[in-house]
Design a binder for this molecule. Structure first.
Ligand code: FMN
Length: 161
């Protein structure tokens, strides 16, 4: 089965996770949605990933889903997000993916996230700095990528064939 992993990343973590996922297969295609629109007709399995900010999926990933929804319904489809809060993966998906498409997906999860202050810009840099300082005071650990979630996701895809 031909697999596409299409992603949209703001500061690189989702891109890193998409690559880590693709490395678990022979010949899955990786596509950065910010560089164009992949032709879905070439694929049987489609994975769409995007980062979460303020509860919202990266707008490029969201737009792509909306523009291709009918074709996506004909594919084996799964979603991942990158988020600091991995426990809310389902909430993030429900809030950002149309319900009828989400109901058809075979899997969805968060791969965790990363917060890199040097990659934030403008007001976000200020907000993230304040948030991480407040978190550090409370002893809240910074988020990480969760390789075990990526492995579980890959296993689900492999179990399709
Ligand atoms: C401004 C900002 C807002 C964020 N909002 C959320 C959020 O609402 N929920 C969450 O779980 N993570 C949130 N995060 C964490 C990101 O999802 C995490 O940093 C992710 O790894 C970013 O992926 P990217 O580098 O691919 O953009 C936020 C991060 C930033 C910088």
């Amino acid at each position: 089965m031909k697999t596409l992993i299409a992603y949209a990343s703001k500061t690189g973590t989702t891109e890193k996770c998409a690559k880590l996922l693709s490395e678990q297969f022979n010949g899955a295609d990786l596509f950065d949605l910010q560089s164009g629109n992949p032709d879905l007709n070439n694929y049987d399995v489609v994975v769409i990933g995007g980062s979460i900010r303020a509860g919202m999926l990266h707008k490029t990933a969201k737009k792509y889903v909306k523009a291709n929804i009918e074709l996506l319904k004909t594919k084996k489809i799964a979603f991942f997000v990158c988020s600091a809060d991995v426990t809310r993966a389902n909430d993030f998906l429900k809030a950002n993916i149309p319900a009828d498409l989400l109901a058809r997906s075979f899997y969805g999860d968060s791969f965790g996230g990363e917060i890199d202050l040097t990659k934030q810009k403008g007001l976000f840099k200020f907000i993230v700095k304040k948030m991480t300082e407040a978190g550090a005071k409370k002893g809240t650990p910074l988020p990480n990528i969760l390789p075990e979630n990526i492995k579980k996701f890959a296993d689900k895809i492999n179990s399709l064939s």
